[in-house]
Write a protein of this length. Sequence first.
Length: 276
Amino acid sequence: MILAVLSGKGGTGKTTVAASLARVVPDSQYVDCDVEEPNGFLFLNPEPGTVEEVMVPVPSVDPGLCTLCGECARICQFNAIAVAGKNVLVFPELCHHCGACALVCKPFAITEEDRRIGVIETDPSGSVLQGRLDVGEPVGVPILSELKRRIDPRRPAILDCAPGASCAVVRSLEGSDYALLVTEPTPFGLHDVSIALQLVKQMGIPAGVVLNKASEDDAAADALCREAGVPILLRIPFSRDIAEQYSQGRLPVDTDPLWVERFGALYDAVRKEAKA
């Protein structure tokens, strides 16, 4: 089973929930898909393992063969290549690695060269994985594709997605059996999770909600979930103790057996909902 944990915005407790589930679900894989700011390793503290570079192909133009016809620039939907006077300019950061420019180049002046955009780190047991986008790189989707190839279909996988509803979140969600959305009962939190709910609905993925920083009066959150037709599977109360533990790199399940039981019950509820 692949469980995607996501949120409409940052700071809702998404990683706390995902990492806590990874702690309590036997033989699970934790995959940190927030490649711009991965931090699950800080809580799970795995043993050092392998570090693999992620490379993508980008065009390289041979000026001796190029006729400056401009077909490559016309086919590129992302303006990653342009003809300026007697020169062809390539902007690697804009390239989406589709290869169209090389395909339309009749004099075969364009070849592709590998370019590093980040790394994938994996602990020795293959239980904790994270992608890390290099500083200054704008697109992390290829790293996510490589990360997802390393998911073992025989093991439960918990994907800690990036916040929001961007292309990276869509790529992380693809192929998931269930989406668990973590939110907080604030106007910003509820507004943004409603957008994430629209996304998972459009992708046809069953979903449930974890309400973090819950209080005695969460009528707005209850109404939103009721209207969207999704269950609230766990309520985590607003707790100074949990916040203090978090600031020291500890999860609720690391210090309180009650939370081990609650997160175990959460995963059981997810499996039941995914089969419904």
